[in-house]
Design a protein around this ligand. Structure first.
Ligand code: NAP
Length: 290
């Protein structure tokens, strides 16, 4: 039997995630559970690939007949030059986190930003149109998120970063840049009062540095939504402090689940079992759904 894209569906499906390091990745666990739940025979494996092995690794994906891979730090940008095609999502963000192999033709996608926005809308803010949004951080994750947020017709997206120039460059590089602007972290106090949603995209507060916060929580106005991309811990100190100040909170687990769900749907053509994927990670991190 062959699928619509010409791949042989009788063979076990081979999937994986390329990164350096990779042992900490929860993607093999999550996708393994998803494949099992869907009754699809195959495997999703961690692939430890150093930067100087990237070209060979991409050739191996073709040779070994992998249906696809996720790509994580530090390869999301570098991998682009080895692909045959780039989806619009990858071009807009300038990075790839998902590769689909159609009989040797490798296409790069980016599901990080759309995964985040799907999670934010499902779990905290169903309608982002007209929203004033502060994005803290201007790294790889922020790129995808700002791009996806701008497609939701917000009234403004303000990017604040420790290195102010990177925030300004990101705002300038975006489609819909008339709604985006960049500032330094030291200017947040002047702007945060007018925000509806604050999103932390920096790594500050991630395990093991769980006592750190990217901004002074005392700056957060009551009633706004505070979102953090970090999912380890499930509730960062920023989110705990936000809750104490009367804010609504949104953690990073949903983004992780939905970016993986989109990838799985591209590879298999099946609807991803998102509840099972989420519960698998919750069980692993010892948390509960909020
Ligand atoms: P990245 O490209 O390395 O960017 C890191 C960002 O954090 C930069 O803006 C950097 O500012 C800032 N930063 C780092 N240390 C800082 C500090 N001590 N003080 C202030 N700012 C600091 O990383 P990334 O790929 O964007 O990932 C960022 C976070 O998102 C990580 O915690 C990652 O786990 C999380 N993430 C979550 C998901 C998910 O599925 N939930 C997906 C992707 C990423 P400078 O530019 O000034 O260095």
């Amino acid at each position: 039997m062959t699928s619509a894209n010409g791949n042989d569906m009788n063979k076990d499906i081979l999937l994986g995630v390329m990164g350096d390091p990779i042992a900490q990745s929860k993607s093999p666990l999550m996708h393994g559970a998803a494949l099992k739940a869907l009754g699809i025979p195959g495997a999703y494996v961690p692939l430890h690939i150093a930067p100087d092995q990237l070209s060979q690794a991409l050739s191996a994906i073709r040779t070994l007949g992998f249906r696809g891979v996720n790509v994580t730090i530090p390869h999301k940008v570098a991998v682009m030059e080895y692909l045959d095609k780039l989806d619009e999502s990858a071009v807009a963000v300038g990075a790839v986190n998902t590769i689909v192999n159609d009989n040797g033709i490798l296409t790069g996608f980016n599901t990080d930003g759309i995964g985040y926005v799907r999670s934010l809308k499902a779990e905290a803010a169903p309608d982002l149109s007209g929203a004033r949004i502060l994005v803290i951080g201007a790294g790889g994750a922020a790129r995808g998120i700002v791009t996806a947020l701008l497609q939701e017709n917000p009234s403004a997206v303000l990017i604040a970063n420790r290195t102010a120039d990177k925030a300004k460059e990101l705002a300038e590089a975006c489609r819909g840049k008339e709604k985006a602007s960049g500032i330094g972290m030291n200017e947040i106090g002047e702007h945060i009062g007018g925000m509806d949603i604050v999103i932390n995209t920096t790594s500050v507060g991630m395990y093991p540095h769980i006592d750190e916060t990217p901004i002074d929580p005392g700056l957060l106005p009551a009633g706004i939504i505070v979102s953090d991309l970090i999912y380890n811990p499930l509730r960062t100190r920023l989110l705990s402090e936000s809750l104490k100040r009367g804010c609504r909170i949104h953690g990073g687990l949903g983004m992780f689940v939905y970016q993986g769900a989109y990838a799985l749907e591209y590879w298999t053509g099946r609807t991803a079992p998102v509840d099972i994927m989420r519960q698998t990670i919750l069980d692993c991190l010892g948390g509960s759904a909020e």
